[in-house]
Design a protein. Structure first.
Length: 361
């Protein structure tokens, strides 16, 4: 007796045969994204050292970096100081801030199940800006590391207030209420900041460039000040993929899978606060970075946060470095980096959602 012949796959069936030994299509696409991201990040990091204010020959930049990397020496000439004390810290801060905003945006979109959510929706950036304005107006703090600490404190305080408002009373713990609390709080403190800066022109002059989002003049000390907050926020975020994946299925399904949505949102808010607050403290408010990067990656590799979080940490610095390089070369007088991210981000976002139905996660 002969065995029955195996039936051929039905036309139109969702399952398709895969040749043994070949990688799944999703894995190949993720590998391409990782390879391209690493290559672009390395390229733009090098370019950022050679581009900037001051006409420094490429050979001199190469000499300074070679001496610094091979012998640890820091040249005391003008070229050495510009490269090692201006351009190198600026490049490192762009990478750190970009990674923080990319991860914060990914967590924010997962918590709200909204692919167009931005970390700024929770009022963290507005709170940081308000703290900088207050310290500049009434304590006399000028630009520098004091701004970093003021912004970080403002971000932390604002997130606590938003969390208290969003998790008490009617619809307590609901993601929509949390976002509405953040938007309302951000509008209030933004209005208060505008009142102070418009009535005190000297304060506006001190915070004008920082409030537009800028990496100009940032130093290694600024990075060292926010690095602990960035690292803690990143560690929290990388431990959340499974909980975020469960939350994306809905609160009821997440509970059935053993997850706790309220706890996930609280931990996620802590990660967003630390990452966004530190990024804002170091570079000022930067729009669109935390919005379009997770959204674009989700279209490329799918909604699994085990892939999205590390890829966002890689891709967002690429966008920020590109924007910062353009900010230095587009016009003779340097543009704020935040202005360039907005000019890049808005058209890219329109292109991403054009012809698509934007659905919740």
């Amino acid at each position: 007796m002969t065995a029955p012949a195996a039936s051929a796959p039905r036309a139109g069936s969702r399952g398709t045969a895969r040749t043994p030994g070949t990688a799944p299509r999703g894995a190949v696409r993720t590998g391409v994204v990782v390879t391209a991201g690493l290559a672009l990040l390395a390229l733009l990091a090098v370019v950022s050292l050679y581009v900037g204010s001051g006409d420094i020959p490429a050979a001199d930049v190469t000499r300074v970096m070679r001496e610094f990397l091979t012998h640890g020496t820091r040249p005391t000439d003008t070229t050495g100081m510009l490269v090692l004390e201006r351009r190198l810290p600026r490049m490192l801060i762009a990478i750190a801030v970009g990674s923080a905003l990319g991860m914060a945006g990914t967590v924010m979109q997962a918590l709200t199940r909204n692919p167009l959510a931005d970390p700024g929706l929770l009022g963290v950036s507005s709170g940081a800006y308000f703290a900088v304005v207050i310290t500049s107006a009434f304590i006399g703090v000028s630009v520098g590391q004091a701004h970093v600490w003021a912004a970080m404190a403002g971000a932390l305080v604002s997130s606590v207030l938003v969390y208290v408002i969003g998790t008490t009373g009617f619809m307590a713990g609901n993601a929509v209420k949390l976002v509405l609390a953040g938007v309302a709080f951000g509008a209030v403190v933004q209005g208060a900041s505008s009142v102070i800066t418009l009535s005190m022109p000297d304060v506006f002059d001190r915070v004008r460039f920082w409030s537009s989002g800028s990496l100009q003049g940032r130093s290694t000390a600024d990075l060292q000040a926010v690095l602990p907050f960035l690292l803690v926020g990143a560690v929290i975020a990388v431990l959340m993929p499974r909980a975020l994946n469960a939350l994306g299925l809905g609160d009821d399904t997440a509970v059935a899978l053993g997850s706790r949505p309220a706890a996930t949102r609280m931990v996620g808010l802590a990660a967003i606060t630390l990452l966004t607050g530190a990024a804002t403290a170091a570079a000022g408010p930067l729009s669109f970075v935390g919005l379009i990067v997770p959204h674009a990656l989700r279209m490329l590799v799918g909604p699994d946060h085990r892939k999205l979080l590390p890829l966002a940490c890689l891709a967002a610095p690429v966008l920020l470095l590109a924007a910062d390089i353009l900010a230095r070369v587009v016009v003779a007088s340097e543009l704020p980096t935040g202005t360039v991210t907005a000019l890049i981000g808005a058209p890219v976002l329109i292109w991403l959602i054009r012809g698509r139905t934007v659905k919740g996660l």
